[in-house]
Structure formats: structure tokens, C-alpha cells
Unconditional design. Structure first.
Lengths: 166, 400, 250
């Protein structure tokens, strides 16, 4: 009984999320970002929201070639930064994977029936909150923090964004 | 010579045909299930490791691909070399070639780490890679042999018969050269890295392809209750004998050359003397079952026209050929790579200097057998749809 | 010049030649210029052929029982094992060797040797195995189909195949089931402008200092100086692959 209630509730959430996504696609002012994620506190994504919605896959695909083949990093469009900003946290403060049900990437891609292949290899949660260049501590699978200056240096976009949001 | 009539394959009662198809379909379904199981869990559930990276599926795939190009030989003898006895068999020869290649490629594809990326294999080419060339050679083979089949079956296209026949013959030579070169071009491993690999694969294809052809021909004519003359089978049998002898000769030259080169003594003694299962497969599988016994069955006057002896010889050629490819593919990887010449490896976490362990798993086996079933299914469907088999292959002069 | 001359009209030829050359310059020049402008900012340009990254490993300094570099590499790239040594990924490994004729015992670490002429790149059907302009050999996992031909071709057993589903990967090394992988020479660090790899850092921290990393094309770099002053060798030098990783005291 309880489980069916749960699944109904989950389905309702999904419907609500889908409806939310539809309306947000129509009205520019609305937002599909997950509450509690870093993105929720920011004015806009690294480019205009409509542009990102329509073209993020092309930007990321272009960027992946430049990064892997030519070693160009810290550019405007970066999958690490997507996860960084759009992952939300559960009640205990742990990051939720962006591919979990109802989370930012999954909700919209499920709605449009597109399966993003990114996360077959890429990480689905930020590393240590906003630290994205740390190493994995294999003992406890926790993540070493990095000093803020190196982050600023290599992720100017995030920081410029968060500053403008303030 | 009496006129040839070709007719679709009906097997007396529909039940007989559909029961055969159901059997093949079941095997294919099990193979697809096995492939899904392996892909879903990842390759750790197979016998393959970071040391032996190509396993049983590759043995099956290479075996089928090599046999495919060889199966086309009967058609080539009919058109390129003008053998009237072989010409009526040309259509079936082409159909079998297409089927075997498709079966082999399905196995190869389903063993990729990322079979979902087939489209990438078709759109991204590194032209220095013999593998990339093979993708083109395999696709082209389907197209050319398809045209060849059409030229043989459609009277209006008959004038293209000879040029397409020639094109198909050269294409199949290129294809097997490419397949052999997959190993011939590997400098890293001592068991490979030899130019003789390409011609050796060509002669292997002659032998395996013809053996496949003889077996399926006998089976199809039994299945369809049609007449198959002894004279034609005797011709095929004698040809098979020549090919089996040639395969043995190439194996001899390949190993003799290696024995002359001091650097290769290690790998030679591994294959010929102390490689355990690989040594056994070489001597008992490849040489005895795949060479000596078939030659005896083929050339001994005691079995002059015995059909069971011809079928048994062909079957043993196939089994021996399977072992030969097993020894090449897996034995060649199991032999430790000489990363540090002149040094003995005392400790390594990555199995440096030790013989690679490989035990084939059941799913790999099922996938490989499924490849053969796919080939046979395609042949059975093709033979039912098109006029491939002559209504009767009685010996000339017996009738009409 | 006479009109009825059977000699070719050289003026006309010259004119045609000059026109074609000018048109060519007009077409090509903007591209060249733009390229130069684009290359002006070294920070954002990533890999450059002005560098060739390499390593020198001193077999005498590689200490018995030490696994600092291996652990650091695993941690840096999030390489977690499943206690299945035959299928677990190993980007760097320690090997202990004994000379067949002299009995001399050595210890060293093996990883991708970042060849100038990498066999893995030659054989890769899709071009997923590639060499960056700065000499680092990588796998582009976006187009790797998992055929493992590169593993057949590599003379150093430097590559691993991912045999199972992964999660919680490091951002330093996105990796997933069904693709082949190997040492990246900490390319994420190099692109950030650092010139220390995780393994070198760890080896240095233990006090052994067996690994020197640096730019082989910079004559003043530590590694170039070291290579100049002492004898070193490439593993399987007979294959003439011109490896980026060299060994001394082997």
C-alpha cells in the first residue's frame, strides 16, 4: 500500500516536473533548475538560458573534442561545470547525481526521451561540493579539497557567474 | 549437358523446413541472450582479461569470416576459371559466403566493448589501421557478392557475370589478406608479426570455405530430398584434399621460419612442445584432426565414393581449422610478451612474463555458436526465397 | 613581341601565374593570420608541439615494497579495483626483474611509454587512440568502440579494458565500461599548467625521487639535463618507437 502510494507520488512529481519543463520551455523567465542546486542561486547559465536549452549538446560536443584532442580546458562550456551547478543535495547534504530520477539532467531528458551518453563515463556529482579538480581518496571515497585560488584560476566562468549573481 | 533448373528450397513437408528454422532460431536467440548478458555485466563475466583480450568470440568470428571468403571459391572456379562442373554451384556458393560473413561479423560486433557505437565504426576511419580497412572490405564484400548473385540469377544481368565474377574473386583475396594482416601487422607479439600470415589465411580460407560448402551442400540436398551426384562431390573432395595439404604446408613453413630465428624459439617451443593445451590443440587439433585424418579419408581408395567419408573429412577440416585459429588467436596472446628481453620477471601485478590464463566461458561459447546459426539461418532463408539450388545435381549423362 | 610567334606568350603565362598566386594568397592569408592570432594566447591553446612530455625513471631508486606512485595514480584517477587482478585496470605497475645472464635484480615502474610512433594509434580503427601534439598518447573514449586491437598492438601491456560498470569516477579521468584506457601522463594537470604528475609527486614525497617528469624539448628542463648527463635506455628500443618514458640504471 505504502509502496504504491510512493510510486503514485513519484509519478505525480514526474508529471509536475514534466509540466514544469514544458512551461519553462515556453516562458523564458521560468526556470527548470533544481531547487537547492547552485544554479538556482544564479541569474543565468553560462549563456542565455534559451540558447543553452537548445544548443547545450552541440556546445558540449564541440568542447569535448577541443578538450580531449587539443587539451583546451577551462573553456566556457564544460560538462564538469554543468554537474557542478545543477546537482542538488539531499537532506543530509550529500550531492545527488544529476542522472537520478527527477534531477536536472534526468528530468528533462526523460521528458524528451533522449538518453544522454555522457554519464556512462562522466561523474554525476560534483567533487567535494564545488571543488572539481580533486583526487579521489580511495580509502573512504571522499574527495580532497583543493585550494580556492586554483579553482578560481581554472574555472573563471563559475566564479564570474556566481559573482555576477551576487 | 542437360539444362539446369534452379528452384527454391522446399523440404518435402513444411514441418521439416520450419522445424529446422525453429532450431536455428532458438540457437540464435540463446546467443543474443548470452551477448546481452556479457554486455550488461561487462567483460569480467567472460574468460577475457587484460592479458588475453581477444577470446572465443574472436576465434569464432575470424573462423567464420575466413570461411566466408573461401566459400565463394566454388563460384569463382565456375566463372573466373571456367569450370563447367562448378558453375551450377555458384549461386549457393555466393549465398553461403554472404551468410558466413554476416554470422562472423555479428559475433565480432557483439563482443565489442561498445557495440552500441557501430555507427562510429562506420563513420570514423583511421586509414592506417588494417581494422578500418577490413570494415570497408567486409561491407564491400556484401555488395559485390550480392551483385554477383544477381548477375548469376537474372538473365538480363548475365553479361556482367564475368566481370563481377573477377571483381568478387579479387575482392575476396583482398578481404582475407586484410584478415590475416590483423595479425601480420602486430609487431609487439612474437607469435604474430609475419607477412606469411596473409597468404596463410588465404589458403586457410580455401580449405575451411570448401569444407563448409561441402557439408552444407550435402545437408541441403538431404533436407530438400534432391539428387546429388557422386561425380561432382568427388571433384569437390579432391579439391579439398589439395587445400588441406596446402594448409599443412603453410603451417610447416611458418613454424620452420620461426624455428630458424633464435628470437622466436620461445614462442615456438610454447606452441610445439610445452604450451599445454595449446600444444595439444596444435598437434591433435590442427595437424591430426584438421590435416592428417581428412587427407586419409579423402585419398584412401577404401573410401572412394563414400559420402560419409567426405562429410566426415569436411567436418574434421572445420574442427581442425577452429583449433588452428584458436592456437593463433589465443595461444599467441597467452604466450608472454617479451617486454624486457634478456630479463626474467620476478614480480609483477600485471602478469608480466607469465603465460596468460584463459578459460572460455559459456556465454562466449553460446555467442560463437550463435554466429554459425545466424549464417545457416541466412542460407536457409535465402535458399527458400531465391532460386539458388539446382533442382537436381545428378551426374551428367545419367539422365536426359 | 610578334603576334605570329610560335613561342609561348611568356607575358601571358606570367600574368596567369601572378594572378593565381595572388588569388591563392588572398584565400590562404586570412586563415594563416587568424590561426596566428588564435595561437597568440598560450593559456587557452592547450597542447602545443613546442613541448614533448616525458619521464625518466631511475631503476636504482625505485624502492622495494614501495607502491606510492601506484597508489597516487589510482587516487588521482579514481581507479578502484574489484579484487579481480586479471581484469582490474592498472595504469602504472611495479615490476621486479632479474637479468638472465648476470643475475642482477632491478625494480622499475611500467606505464604507457607515450611513443612517438605509437602502435596503438596505428591500429585503432576509429582514431580513438591518438597522440596529442605534445606527445601524450591518449584514448578518446567518446569514439572508442572497445575492440581492444590497441591492447593487442601495444608492446608494453600499457592499456587496460574497463570490464564492468563504474560509478563515482574522478573528474580527472572520466572512464566507463567497454572502453580502453591507460596512463594519461596526468594530462589534466599539464593542461592546467602544472609540470608534476601524481606518480612523480608521490615518489618525491616518499624521498625516493625515482621519477623525473618534464619537457624533453626544453633543453634546460630537469629531465633534459638528466638525460644528457647520464646513460638511459628505452624499453624495447629495437622497435624504434622513440618512447617518451626512459629508464636509467636498468
Amino acid at each position: 500500500m505504502r509502496s504504491s502510494f510512493n510510486s503514485i507520488r513519484r509519478f505525480t512529481y514526474l508529471l509536475a516536473g514534466a509540466a514544469f519543463a514544458v512551461t519553462s520551455l515556453q516562458a523564458t523567465g521560468d526556470t527548470a533548475v533544481i531547487k537547492g542546486s547552485k544554479a538556482a542561486s544564479m541569474e543565468s547559465c553560462v549563456a542565455e538560458t534559451n540558447d543553452i536549452r537548445r544548443n547545450h549538446m552541440d556546445y558540449l560536443k564541440h568542447q569535448r573534442v577541443e578538450t580531449v584532442r587539443d587539451g583546451i580546458r577551462g573553456a566556457k562550456f564544460s560538462l564538469i561545470d554543468c554537474v557542478e551547478c545543477h546537482a542538488s543535495k539531499d537532506n543530509d547534504g550529500n550531492a545527488l547525481p544529476v542522472t537520478d530520477e527527477g534531477q536536472f539532467c534526468e528530468a528533462c531528458h526523460a521528458y524528451v526521451a533522449v538518453s544522454p551518453a555522457c554519464f556512462q563515463c562522466h561523474r554525476t556529482t560534483p567533487m567535494q561540493g564545488n571543488g572539481s579538480l580533486g583526487a579521489v581518496d580511495l580509502e573512504q571515497m571522499k574527495f580532497q579539497s583543493l585550494n580556492a585560488s586554483s579553482l578560481k584560476e581554472w574555472h573563471p566562468v563559475i566564479h564570474a557567474g556566481s559573482e555576477s549573481a551576487r | 549437358m542437360s539444362k539446369m533448373y534452379y528452384r527454391e528450397l522446399y523440404c518435402g513437408t513444411p514441418v521439416r523446413y520450419w522445424a529446422g528454422m525453429a532450431l536455428l532460431g532458438t540457437i540464435v536467440a540463446i546467443a543474443l541472450g548470452a551477448a546481452f548478458y556479457m554486455e550488461h555485466n561487462g567483460h569480467w563475466v567472460t574468460g577475457m582479461t587484460n592479458q588475453v583480450v581477444w577470446g572465443l568470440p574472436h576465434v569464432f568470428a575470424i573462423f567464420l569470416i575466413v570461411a566466408a571468403s573461401g566459400a565463394l571459391n566454388v563460384a569463382s572456379i565456375g566463372s573466373v576459371f571456367g569450370g563447367p562442373m562448378y558453375k551450377p554451384l555458384g549461386r549457393f556458393s555466393s549465398l553461403l559466403a554472404i551468410g558466413l560473413l554476416a554470422g562472423g561479423l555479428v559475433v565480432l560486433l557483439l563482443d565489442l566493448g561498445r557495440p552500441d557505437r557501430l555507427i562510429i565504426a562506420m563513420t570514423h576511419y583511421n586509414f592506417k589501421s588494417i581494422f578500418a580497412w577490413n570494415i570497408i572490405l567486409y561491407s564491400g564484400f556484401f555488395a559485390i557478392v550480392g551483385l554477383y548473385l544477381w548477375a548469376m540469377m537474372d538473365r538480363k544481368a548475365n553479361r556482367y557475370y564475368r566481370p563481377i565474377g573477377f571483381a568478387a574473386f579479387f575482392w575476396r583475396l583482398a578481404l582475407t589478406t586484410g584478415t590475416g594482416s590483423i595479425f601480420g601487422f602486430l609487431v609487439a607479439r612474437e607469435a604474430y608479426d609475419a607477412a606469411i600470415m596473409a597468404p596463410m589465411f588465404i589458403i586457410m580460407s580455401f580449405s575451411y570455405g570448401l569444407a563448409f560448402f561441402i557439408i552444407t551442400l550435402i545437408a541441403a540436398y538431404m533436407w530438400g530430398d534432391r539428387e546429388l551426384g557422386d561425380l561432382r562431390l568427388a571433384r569437390l573432395k579432391n579439391l579439398l584434399g589439395v587445400f588441406v595439404g596446402a594448409v599443412l604446408y603453410f603451417a610447416l613453413v611458418f613454424n620452420l621460419t620461426n624455428l630458424y630465428v633464435t628470437q622466436h624459439h620461445g614462442v615456438e617451443s610454447f606452441i610445439l612442445l610445452n604450451g599445454g593445451v595449446y600444444t595439444a590443440m596444435f598437434w591433435i587439433g590442427q595437424v591430426l584432426i584438421g590435416g592428417v585424418i581428412p587427407l586419409f579419408l579423402i585419398y584412401s581408395p577404401a573410401f572412394d565414393k563414400a559420402r560419409w567419408a567426405i562429410a566426415a573429412a569436411s567436418m574434421m577440416v572445420l574442427i581442425g581449422g577452429f583449433f588452428q585459429i584458436y592456437v593463433i588467436v589465443i595461444g599467441g596472446q597467452a604466450f608472454p610478451m617479451s617486454v624486457f628481453p634478456g630479463k626474467e620477471v620476478l614480480e609483477s601485478s600485471f602478469y608480466d612474463g607469465t603465460v596468460g590464463a584463459y578459460a572460455p566461458s559459456l556465454p562466449e561459447m553460446l555467442l560463437g555458436i550463435g554466429g554459425i546459426a545466424i549464417a545457416m539461418t541466412m542460407v536457409a532463408v535465402g535458399a527458400r526465397m531465391f532460386k539458388v539450388f539446382p533442382e537436381s545435381l545428378e551426374d551428367p549423362g545419367e539422365s536426359a | 613581341m610578334s603576334v605570329k610567334n610560335d613561342q609561348p606568350d611568356m607575358n601571358r603565362r606570367k600574368f596567369v601565374g601572378t594572378t593565381v598566386a595572388a588569388a591563392g594568397a588572398v584565400v590562404v592569408a586570412p586563415g594563416v593570420l587568424l590561426h596566428t592570432v588564435a595561437g597568440a594566447d598560450p593559456e587557452s591553446r592547450g597542447a602545443s608541439a613546442k613541448h614533448r612530455w616525458g619521464m625518466l625513471i631511475d631503476a636504482n631508486k625505485c624502492a622495494e615494497g614501495c607502491s606510492a606512485c601506484v597508489d597516487a595514480c589510482n587516487s588521482e584517477h579514481g581507479l578502484t579495483g574489484h579484487d579481480r587482478p586479471a581484469t582490474d585496470a592498472q595504469w602504472i605497475r611495479a615490476v621486479k626483474l632479474k637479468d638472465n645472464s648476470t643475475g642482477h635484480i632491478n625494480r622499475l615502474v611500467m606505464m604507457c611509454q607515450h611513443c612517438e610512433h605509437p602502435p596503438c594509434v596505428d591500429v585503432c580503427p576509429t582514431g580513438a587512440s591518438f597522440k596529442r601534439t605534445d606527445g601524450i598518447v591518449l584514448v578518446d573514449r567518446h569514439i572508442c568502440i572497445g575492440c581492444r586491437y590497441c591492447m593487442m598492438a601495444c608492446p608494453y601491456k600499457a592499456r587496460s579494458f574497463v570490464h564492468e560498470d563504474l560509478e563515482n569516477q574522478s573528474v580527472n579521468a572520466p572512464r566507463g565500461k567497454g572502453c580502453v584506457e591507460g596512463c594519461t601522463m596526468c594530462v589534466h594537470r599539464i593542461d592546467r599548467g602544472e609540470t608534476v604528475t601524481a606518480c612523480q609527486e608521490a615518489c618525491h614525497d616518499t624521498g625516493h625521487g625515482a621519477i623525473v617528469f618534464g619537457d624533453l624539448k626544453d633543453p634546460d628542463s630537469e629531465i633534459s639535463q638528466a638525460l644528457k648527463s647520464q646513460n638511459s635506455r628505452q624499453i624495447r628500443a629495437d622497435l624504434k618507437l622513440n618512447t617518451g618514458v626512459r629508464y636509467s640504471n636498468l
